[in-house]
Write a protein that binds this ligand. Structure first.
Ligand code: AMP
Length: 537
């Protein structure tokens, strides 16, 4: 199908052609004609599928006729983050450049005065984050009773971020007769319930299975101790010659720490997280987008929706707390059919989180084999050796930690070795992580923290090496005491008894340790007989 077959106006088609798009993506092909007919849409689509254009293009044509009155926007788009809202505004500017629609962007962290002025003039399209929109509404600066078209973008993210009550309030202020387009990357029960509330007889469009990664992304896991993550990251950046990457941390504090560490090692990095002033966030993003900084160290505020082309790598410095965020994070690379690489550093404390990610993906993530990382990488034998001594051997020089010296150095394979055991990781996950750790709730049953909340301790929070570790040999605690400790811990294994530097997987060998990266002379890929292409998952 061609864009010309979708019913768009010549002006929009011209803008599409200027953008260099040859054919519509599946969500565009299905959604554009339906939106142009005035029907509600329930779209299940992740970022990277072209969904923003799927709603902005027809909206531009629908709104082309008519005039906005002061303070009464004709359409409203609600987005969860400021960055996403700003990106939607960019899309309007790009596809609407031959039409004279007016637009306002209402996001926190920017001046009220400018936003109020824009509203005062009257806008065809209002793009807003929920909090700022309600603020302006409460100040009497905006009236929503002329909104004929509503878009709710990234509904699942809104839910995660606790914005749904605000969204419900906003929708309650809109006319009942309107067109509503509702998009979400996933469609679980709660989201479906919301959609049922907001939509009338919608056309349901799902362009890919929820929670699947783009097939152009090479994924890999590197198993390292928590203390070695930064060194491992630096080596990956150097060996893979990474010049354009997102590096995700779970906590804002760790974003700052890692950013400082990388810059002190001479890397060209910038940092982005939700505690930074909006002006700084904009400046940082603009710098990274323009290629003026190579590495964006960030929290999950940058995980969704951000569309920056040619990002070659995503590196998860931490395994995300919410498994679904893995999909969103790695979706920053491999965009629009391009090749991308997504690597995850996983320490023993991340085992449960990683298992949850693999369960969601319905496949094990292959082990990333890089020769230069071998001395840092944990092998299963390392794990059991250290477990048997109960603690890590002190005073060993960095790089001397491999359980067994490698017989022969193999050249680093260029791509990820395929998992030789294709058994889904979820089936291999026991309830306990280590023998020392009490039974933990399953990863899914754990309370869902906010996207930026901590799954593990930072370097500064960790006990000093020579201090006795609290509860290190806690066998004397009663089962009740252990259970209490487990309950107190909101995030499962990472902060339970195993501690950050105690290497113990109990009887469990996670999928990423079952590979055979150390087998001399052959990669696991060659053992499976898979081609390079087949390992892209
Ligand atoms: P989105 O899913 O909206 O974040 O879009 C992902 C990327 O795909 C953006 O960089 C768009 O510019 C690009 N894109 C959208 N539609 C098309 C298309 N039909 N052909 C090629 N690229 C597209």
């Amino acid at each position: 199908m061609d864009f010309a077959d979708l019913g768009l106006t010549p002006d929009t088609l011209k803008a599409v052609s200027d953008a260099g798009y040859l054919t519509p993506t599946p969500i565009q092909e299905q959604a554009i004609p339906v939106v142009l007919m005035g029907r509600d849409v329930l779209g299940v689509a992740q970022t990277g599928t072209g969904k923003t254009a799927a709603f902005t293009m027809p909206m531009i044509d629908i709104l082309a006729d008519g005039r906005a009155k002061a303070r009464m926007p004709r359409s409203l788009i609600i987005a969860p983050t400021r960055e996403l809202a700003a990106q939607i505004a960019d899309n309007f500017a790009k596809y609407g450049k031959y039409q004279s629609l007016s637009m306002a962007l209402l996001i926190g962290g920017s001046s009220f005065t400018d936003q109020e002025k824009a509203l005062e003039r009257g806008v065809d399209v209002l793009i807003a984050t929920p909090g700022r929109l309600l603020d302006l509404y409460e100040r009497g600066r905006i009236l929503l009773n002329d909104v004929k078209l509503l878009v709710i973008d990234e509904a699942d993210r809104m839910l995660d971020m606790g914005f749904i009550p605000d969204v419900e309030r906003i929708v309650g202020l809109l006319p009942k007769i309107r067109q509503t387009l509702f998009f979400s990357a996933t469609m679980d029960k709660e989201i479906k319930k919301l959609a049922d509330k907001f939509l009338m007889n919608p056309k349901e469009i799902a362009v890919s299975l929820p929670a699947t990664a783009a097939t152009t992304i090479e994924q890999g896991v590197v198993a390292v101790r928590n203390d070695d993550k930064r060194e491992a990251l630096r080596r990956i950046l150097r060996v893979k010659d990474v010049h354009n990457a997102f590096i995700f941390c779970n906590r804002k504090k760790d974003v700052d720490i890692l950013y400082k560490s990388l810059t002190s090692h001479g890397f060209d990095a910038v940092a982005l997280h939700g505690d930074m002033p909006q002006s700084k966030r904009n400046e940082t993003l603009a710098k990274f987008k323009a290629g003026e900084a190579e590495l964006l160290v960030c929290s999950d505020v940058a995980a969704r929706g951000l569309d920056i082309s040619n990002v070659s790598h995503v590196i998860n410095f931490d395994v995300p707390v919410n498994a679904e965020d893995y999909i969103h994070r790695i979706g920053r690379t491999g965009r629009a059919g391009k090749e991308g690489h997504a690597y995850t550093l996983a320490s023993p404390a991340d085992v449960k989180l990683l298992a949850a990610v693999e369960k969601m993906l319905k496949q094990a993530i292959p082990t990333l084999v890089i020769d230069e990382l071998a001395e840092l990488t944990i092998s299963s034998s390392d794990a059991s050796d250290e477990k048997s001594t109960g603690k890590r051997e002190r005073g060993r020089p960095r790089g001397g930690r491999s359980a067994k010296p490698r017989a022969k150095k193999e050249p680093a394979p260029k791509t990820v070795a395929a998992q030789s055991d294709s058994t889904p990781a979820v089936e291999q996950v026991p309830d306990t992580v280590s023998e020392a750790a009490p039974k933990a709730a399953s990863a899914e049953a754990l309370p869902q923290p906010s996207p930026e909340s901590p799954p593990e301790k930072t370097e500064s929070e960790k006990p000093k090496a020579d201090q006795p570790r609290k509860n290190r040999d806690d066998d004397r605690r009663s089962p009740n005491e252990r259970a209490r400790k487990t309950r107190r811990n909101p995030h499962g294994i990472a902060e339970m008894d195993i501690g950050d530097d105690v290497i113990a997987f109990g009887g469990f060998t996670p999928a990423f340790l079952q590979d055979a990266p150390y087998r001399a002379g052959e990669s696991a890929r060659s053992q499976t007989g898979q081609s390079e292409d087949e390992t892209d998952s």
